[in-house]
Design a protein around this ligand. Structure first.
Ligand code: DON
Length: 652
């Protein structure tokens, strides 16, 4: 049965245990969007297939494919992305880069300008006097670029050019000979341009070998996926994101992208920059390539061309992508990838709710079913894409995901839309996607509230990540069939501190314990008070907290029945370093330091056992805190300062 998003019908989470939910994966909202885009523009039948190169006229006008490659090598594809076609003018930026690499930027600038012409791609736009082509994206400039490719012979130059293009694509490219022959046979206008360039000594030899190289470069056979990877290679500073091989020097990339921005779409470059805002290049076989520096590359293929020789569907799809995902270069700030500050699971990081060893051990096993992302800076689509992809790829094994936006300075609308689409898919699969820090992002919260109430999904938001972690831990434990410890009542013999005590020893200890009860919200321990007793929690729940200078309450830990608090008194006999408050009705035993000292005199073995149990707990907490430090540090995120102190503060 299909639901509104076209995904699987919602799974009744109560009736589905963790086991039954295992293996349910969600589809990618980004892939789904591309499929919608393809379906929409496949209906657009404006434009004609190019015929001035006869072989090109054989193309099927309905061929249509969209590919997006990210700078870490992931490729999204929909439609005819593996349909081969000839690269045509999309070859020009790559040959321009090669010419600069072989001859040096200045030598190339002496021969080829960087000014847009506002004319068609095959216009004979040469600078008056010098005869220099105005830019390398028009045929004249491209032919000049081809003449600057190094090589002892035409074969040598071709081999070098093909090798470099193959580095961009990440696979060995070859030439579509029927198209090459067709163009070579009909390339009269280009020959005219070649001779004009020879006339002005832009070409220093007979133009034919250069024209032949140009016709061959235009006839290189590619597909939409190749274009996206070639674009992503430019976006990635000249290194192919999949093969990690370098195709061009990083310092030349800005020059290539600049002429693509100003001249790449010929006499519609202005329109293009205005509506799409990415460096791009089109080809008469129907390819369009666009680059978002530092983030991704786009390759669209559809042979139907507009009057400028640009793919109709290609231009429309890029406009839509740029609008939907805010890819326009002139956006306020583009802090790619800086978005993910930390990412971890509940197996490696825990909430400040202290868990009994049994629960802790279960969470170490099932905790990786909950993924947490802490985002920071400006959160744009490119920063969110890796998160979405990982959640989609791991969704069969993930039930809960937390997106912490507390350190995000801004969440761009497109990112918000993707979050909602992700939430829908999680919900439909009986899983939960939740947010932290929505209180700092009013527009996003309003958007998510409106969308979720309209679609009947539930928006789960938390003010801080600790509360979200605790909710997830409880949810995983509940789904795992275990009763949260906080709902239990513990007998003295089962208390952590009494572990290993015989009934006889318990009989000695019990009279020293003073029963206490506290109502919910009541302060049990006040920071600064003298520390003269510790407590054994038997029923209810307490939290160790401190007031922060900004008036907020910092939770150090929450304890459940069977745990002890205030035990630092036993060690330092000093003053309390945090408050302890009853979070619900509490029953506990107080053991004064005086009584403990007396016990030490009368029954030293019992006291030692008590102290050993306390030490074991502190050691377990310390071990856990160090493991969490390592997890956060290894993710490149600075360790949570001052976590080392937390274990002790956890107990006041
Ligand atoms: O030189 C030509 O005319 C073709 N090989 C390339 C032209 C082209 O791709 C123009 N782009 N839109």
């Amino acid at each position: 049965m299909q639901d509104a998003c076209g995904g699987a019908a919602p799974v009744d989470e109560e009736s589905t245990t963790l086991e039954q939910r295992r293996g349910i994966a969600i589809d990618s909202p980004i892939q789904a969007y591309l499929e919608t885009l393809h379906a929409t523009y496949a209906k657009v039948c404006d434009g004609e297939v190019a015929t001035y190169i006869p072989e090109l006229a054989k193309a099927d006008p309905e061929w249509f494919g969209i590919s997006i490659a990210t700078t870490d090598g992931h490729v999204y594809e929909v439609g005819d992305t593996r349909q081969r076609f000839t690269i045509q003018s999309i070859s020009k930026p790559f040959t321009y880069g090669l010419a600069m690499e072989d001859r040096g930027r200045d030598a190339v600038l002496e021969k080829i300008g960087v000014e847009p012409t506002g004319d068609a791609f095959n216009s004979i736009s040469l600078a008056p006097g010098t005869g220099c082509p105005l830019n390398p994206m028009i045929n004249a400039g491209a032919i000049a670029s081809a003449s600057l490719v190094a090589g002892r012979s035409p074969e040598d130059k071709l081999e070098r050019l093909l090798a470099v293009f193959s580095l961009y694509a990440g696979r060995a490219l070859d030439i579509d000979m029927p198209v090459y022959e067709s163009e070579s046979l009909t390339g009269h206008r280009n020959r005219a341009i070649g001779h004009m360039l020879r006339n002005f000594d832009i070409l220093t030899e007979h133009p034919d070998p250069t024209l032949d190289l140009y016709f061959r470069q235009c006839s290189i056979s590619v597909d939409g996926c190749d274009l996206a990877l070639m674009a992503a290679t430019l976006a990635n500073g000249g290194i192919n994101p999949r093969t990690k091989e370098r195709a061009v020097r990083t310092d030349l990339v800005p020059s290539i992208l600049s002429v693509m921005t100003t001249c790449g779409m010929y006499d519609s470059a202005g329109e293009w920059v205005y509506w799409v805002g990415m460096p791009a290049k089109s080809g008469v076989a129907g390819g369009v390539l666009a680059v978002l520096p530092g983030q991704l590359g786009i390759g669209v293929f559809s042979p139907r061309l507009d009057a400028h020789g640009n793919s109709v569907r290609g231009v429309a799809v890029c406009k839509e992508l740029s609008r939907t995902y805010s890819l326009h270069l002139m956006q306020a700030s583009r802090a790619a990838r800086a978005g993910i500050r930390a990412r971890y699971t509940l197996a490696s990081i825990s909430s400040r709710r202290l868990r009994h060893e049994r629960e802790r051990k279960r969470l170490d096993v099932i905790g990786d079913r909950a993924l947490v992302y802490e985002l920071h800076g400006d959160v744009y689509f490119p920063a969110v894409e890796p998160l979405v992809r990982e959640l989609v790829d791991t969704s069969a094994g993930v039930d809960l995901a937390v997106i912490d936006l507390k350190r995000a300075t801004r969440v761009e609308d497109a990112a918000g839309r993707v979050f909602f689409e992700l939430l829908q898919r999680f919900d439909a699969a009986g899983k939960h996607l939740m947010f932290v820090g929505l209180q700092r992002h009013a527009a996003l919260r309003r958007f998510l509230e409106e969308q979720t109430s309209a679609s009947g999904q539930r928006l789960r938001g938390f003010t801080d990540v600790d509360a979200a972690l605790e909710w997830c831990e409880d949810a995983l434990l509940r789904a795992d069939g275990s009763t949260p410890a906080s709902d239990t009542v513990v007998a003295l013999a089962d208390h952590d501190v009494c572990r290993g005590l015989s009934p006889a020893a318990l009989a000695v200890l019990e009279p020293l314990l003073e029963p206490r009860t506290f109502s919910a919200g009541e302060l049990i321990i006040r920071k600064g008070d003298p520390a003269a007793e510790m407590y054994l929690l038997m029923r209810g729940e307490v939290s160790v907290t401190a007031d922060l200078s900004n008036g907020q309450l910092q939770r150090f830990s929450t304890l459940a029945p069977g745990m002890a608090f205030g035990e630092l008194a036993v060690v330092n006999r000093g003053h309390r370093n945090a408050d302890v408050r009853a979070m619900r009705a509490v029953e506990c035993y107080a053991l004064s330091t005086a009584a403990l000292d007396r016990l030490g005199d009368t029954h030293p073995a019992i006291k030692i056992t008590l102290l050993e149990n306390l030490l074991r707990n502190v050691a377990r907490m310390l071990g856990r805190a160090n493991q969490e430090l390592v997890t956060l540090a290894s993710d490149g995120a600075p360790p949570l300062a001052p976590s080392a102190a937390v274990p002790f503060a956890k107990s006041a």
